[in-house]
Design a protein around this ligand. Structure first.
Ligand code: ADP
Ligand code: MG
Length: 285
């Protein structure tokens, strides 16, 4: 289990994450939401070892991982994607997955390069792991396609495959649906659900509230670096502090607009569900 206690980081006078305590339940999808600048990506940077906290601890399976370098955190089974898609555009999809695995599990570029020679013997195994990662995100057909020539959505899938190739137990996804269209978002949502159904623990930062509400088993809300609420999607969406954080003066305008659109859509869904069950209950309808 992944747990954090009083986790915090300060950049100069800016307390980006502050006193965050909690844990991630294995095998479910946890979403982290909150307005822009709430500290969500910074929280991932702390968990994955990219930033060292100025307070608090992180444990994984009972082991203190607070000060471990990123490649050791990856080695223990925590992998992540980045908010901006980071793939090797000039390589094939399969080469991306193989290289992603190497770079992320070595301490430095030299280690990764030296490993290339060392791993020539193990090349087949490494390629098989990469291929398996591609299968899990539905990219096996594009294995030999140039990554840079793929659609935005497929490139998001490549970045997820890079993380999966490291064999994680916990997958951290930072806004996987940013910049892709609604239909692609639905497809990506399905893939993430399948990954979780296969036993992977997923932690997801996401702006698209409709996606979060459909996907998350559990939601944690950050605001000004602090955890202001947590619970099921239903509990969180009714929480006054959450509504205030989103609709109050601090929320970015596009979040407000998106949340309003979601609220309208939710209302429509509720009405159509009621209508369906009402007519469905009548034998001659
Ligand atoms: P979110 O992902 O929720 O939109 P971030 O975690 O990216 O927010 O940012 C939270 C706060 O931390 C912001 O005020 C941001 O400017 C600050 N921050 C993040 N990383 C750094 C850094 N490396 N140096 C200085 N400030 C940072
Ligand atoms: Mg972010």
């Amino acid at each position: 289990m992944l747990a954090f206690d009083n986790l915090g980081i300060r950049f100069g006078g800016n307390q980006a994450v502050q006193g965050v305590t909690g844990s991630v339940t294995p095998g479910i999808i946890t979403a982290i939401i909150g307005p822009n600048g709430a500290g969500k990506s910074t929280f991932f940077n702390l968990i994955s070892g990219f930033y060292k906290p100025t307070s608090g601890t992180i444990t994984f399976g009972g082991q203190d991982i607070t000060r471990l370098p990123t490649h050791e955190v990856v080695g223990l089974g925590i992998a992540r994607t980045f908010q901006t898609t980071t793939i090797y555009r000039e390589l094939s999809v399969l080469e991306n997955a193989v290289l992603g695995h190497r770079v992320r599990t070595r301490s430095g570029l030299w280690d990764a390069l030296l490993a290339t020679g060392r791993e020539r013997r193990e090349g087949r195994a490494s390629e098989e792991a990469a291929m398996q990662a591609l299968r899990r995100v539905g990219l096996e057909e594009q294995a030999h396609t140039l990554a840079g020539s793929l659609t935005q959505e497929a490139q998001k899938r490549v970045s997820i495959a890079l993380a999966l190739a490291t064999g994680p137990q916990v997958l951290l996804l930072d806004e996987p649906a940013a910049g892709i269209n609604p239909e692609e978002t639905v497809n990506l949502t399905r893939t993430i659900r399948e990954l979780a159904a296969g036993g992977l623990t997923v932690v997801l930062i996401e702006h698209k509230m409709s996606m979060v509400m459909k996907l998350a088993d559990h939601i944690m809300v950050l605001h000004h670096g602090q955890k202001i609420a947590e619970g099921s999607p239903g509990q969180v969406s009714r929480d006054p502090a959450v509504v205030e954080a989103y609709l109050g003066g601090h929320a970015a305008p596009h979040i407000q607009a998106e949340l309003k659109a979601d609220l309208i859509q939710n209302a429509k869904d509720v009405v159509s569900a009621t209508t369906t069950s009402a007519t469905g209950g009548t034998p001659h309808a």
